[in-house]
Design a protein around this ligand. Structure first.
Ligand code: PLP
Length: 450
C-alpha cells in the first residue's frame, strides 16, 4: 500500500504525509487536514473482529491510515499501551445501547484521542535532538487529558497554563499531581489571558529555536482514534450486515467526525444523529440552510459543548462536497440531499437535559451526566420522529462524578467517584505561579526548554 496523503479543506496548501499533518496541526492555508482517500474495510474483516479486544480493533482501524509510516511498525504496542481501560456497552431497553467513553484516566472521551496522539508524537520525535514542547491553555478538561496523555512520553515536554479562579479543585489536582515532563502554570488571570500568552509565544521570534506545538483539537491525530469506538460498538452489537444508528452529543464536532469517517470506511451506519445543546447553529443550518455562528456561545450545563462555531464542521461540509472556510463562511454549498440522508441534527436545551437525567435514571437505572443526556434525548427524539426500530446507540462522553452538584440536585445522591478521579485527592501538588506578563512567560520557557 502507498502511504496516504492528507489535503487541506481550503485546498491551497500542498498535500502532506500523516507525520506532517500530525506535527503541523492546522494546514498553512488555515484549512483542516483530511485523508485524500478514505480506506474501506470489508464485511469479512469486520466479522473477524467480533471477539477482538478494544486495543486490537484500534490497531486494525488506525493501521488503515498508517501504511508505510514509522508509526505503523509500532502501532500494536501503542494501542495496547493506550487502551488499557474498559469501554462498556450498556443495554437500555430493546436494541438500544449507551456506550460509556468515560473510563480513561481523566474520565472523559478526550482520553481516547489524546492518549493515541501523544504516543504518535512520541514515535515521530523519538530520534530528535531536542524535545518537542507542547504549550496549551486550558479552562479545565482538555488540559488534564493532554497532561495525562503525554505524561512520561520521552522527548516531549508539556506546559499547561490555567486560570486558577476558573478551574475546580479536582480539575487542578488532576494536572498538578503528575510532575515529570508536565509543567503546570497557574496564571494570575483568566482563560483568555492564558490563551493570549500561548498565542504570543507561538509567534515570538526569540523562541524560534525551541520546537513549540499546540496539539490542539483540530489535529487529525485527534480524529483517527475517534473512529475506533464506533467500529468497536458495531462489531460487538450488530448482527452480520445489520445497520446501526448512532447519536453523538456534539460541541466542536470532532467526535461526530469519527462516526462520519467510520461510515465512509464502510461500517453499516444508517444515520448519525448530531445532538447539540442550545448552541444550535448546526441544527438551524440543517433546517434552513443558513449558517450563522453564535457569538458569544450560549452557556449550558453540558459545558464542554458550549461551542458557537464548531471548527470541525468545515470537515463535514468538505466531505459532502462543499467548502467552508476558516471564518465559518460557506463558500461552496455541499450536497444537502446527501447530507440529510446520512445526518440528522437536533438541539436539546438544559430543561430537557435535566429531565432526561431524571427519566433515564428512574425508568432504567442508568446514570447519565449532562453531555450524555443531550445524546440520549437527541436519540429519543429521532426514534419518536422517524419510527426507527433497529439497533441504536448513544454515547456518554464524561463520567457522572464530574458533575456531582447537578446529579445530587436532580437525583438526590452523590455519584460514585472512580479511582482515577479520587486518587488525586491525596497526591502532592506541584505547580508554578506566574504574573500575567509575557516577558516573564518567555523567560520561563527559555529557562526550562532553551
Ligand atoms: C469535548 C467534549 C464534548 C464535545 O466533543 P466534540 O468532539 O467537541 O464535539 C462532549 N462531551 C464532553 C464531556 C467533552 O469533554
Amino acid at each position: 500500500m502507498a502511504p496516504l496523503t492528507f489535503y487541506s479543506t481550503n485546498r491551497s496548501a500542498p498535500c502532506v504525509s500523516l507525520a506532517e499533518a500530525l506535527l503541523q496541526g492546522q494546514a498553512p492555508d488555515r484549512g483542516l487536514y483530511l485523508p485524500s482517500e478514505i480506506p474501506r474495510v470489508s464485511p469479512e474483516e469486520l466479522a473477524g473482529l467480533r471477539d477482538a479486544p478494544y486495543s486490537e480493533i484500534a490497531r486494525f482501524v488506525i493501521s488503515q491510515y498508517t501504511p508505510d509510516t514509522v508509526i505503523d511498525s509500532v502501532l500494536d504496542e501503542l494501542c495496547t499501551d493506550a487502551y488499557d481501560f474498559d469501554v462498556p456497552l450498556e443495554p437500555v431497553g430493546d436494541r438500544r445501547f449507551v456506550m460509556r467513553l468515560d473510563r480513561g484516566p481523566t474520565a472523559s472521551f478526550k482520553d481516547f484521542a489524546a492518549r493515541m496522539m501523544a504516543r504518535m508524537f512520541g514515535v515521530l520525535r523519538r530520534n530528535a535532538d531536542s524535545p518537542l514542547v507542547i504549550l496549551t491553555a486550558t479552562s479545565g478538561d482538555t488540559g488534564s487529558a493532554i497532561a495525562h496523555a503525554f505524561y512520561g512520553i520521552p522527548n516531549i515536554q508539556v506546559m499547561v497554563l490555567f486560570p486558577p479562579k476558573e478551574v475546580s479543585n479536582r480539575q487542578r489536582k488532576q494536572m498538578t499531581t503528575l510532575g515529570g515532563n508536565i509543567t503546570i502554570v497557574a496564571l494570575d488571570g483568566q482563560f483568555d489571558d492564558c490563551q493570549a500568552l500561548v498565542k504570543q509565544a507561538f509567534a515570538d521570534p526569540d523562541l524560534q529555536s525551541i520546537d513549540l506545538t499546540s496539539a490542539n483539537s483540530i489535529n487529525i491525530g485527534r480524529l483517527l482514534p475517534q473512529i475506533v469506538y464506533y467500529v468497536y460498538a458495531y462489531v460487538k452489537l450488530a448482527k452480520q450486515g445489520e445497520p446501526i444508528t448512532l447519536c453523538v452529543p456534539s460541541g466542536n464536532f470532532g467526535n461526530m467526525m469519527g462516526a462520519v469517517l467510520a461510515r465512509r470506511m464502510g461500517i453499516p451506519i444508517r444515520r448519525i444523529v448530531i445532538a447539540t445543546n442550545a448552541n444550535d447553529e448546526v441544527p438551524v443550518y440543517f433546517r434552513t440552510r443558513e449558517y450563522g455562528k453564535i457569538v458569544p456561545s450560549r452557556v449550558c450545563i453540558s459545558n464542554a459543548m458550549n461551542v458557537g462555531h464548531p471548527s470541525n464542521f468545515a470537515r463535514v461540509i468538505d466531505l459532502y462536497g462543499g467548502w467552508m472556510d476558516e471564518t465559518g463562511l460557506i463558500r461552496e454549498e455541499p450536497d444537502v440531499k446527501h447530507m440529510h440522508r446520512d445526518l440528522w441534527s437536533v438541539s436539546i436545551d438544559d430543561e430537557e437535559t435535566r429531565r432526561t437525567i431524571q427519566e433515564v435514571w428512574n425508568r432504567h437505572g442508568v446514570l447519565l451526566e449532562p453531555h450524555g443526556a443531550v445524546g440520549w434525548a437527541g436519540l429519543s427524539r429521532y426514534i419518536r420522529e422517524t419510527g426507527e426500530t433497529g439497533l441504536t446507540l448513544s454515547v456518554e462522553t464524561a463520567h457522572p462524578a464530574k458533575f456531582p452538584e447537578e446529579i445530587r440536585h436532580l437525583l438526590g445522591f452523590d455519584p460514585d467517584v472512580p479511582d482515577s478521579l479520587s486518587s488525586v485527592e491525596t497526591k502532592e501538588e506541584s505547580y508554578l505561579n506566574l504574573d500575567n506578563n509575557y516577558e516573564r512567560f518567555r523567560m520561563l520557557i527559555q529557562e526550562r526548554y532553551g
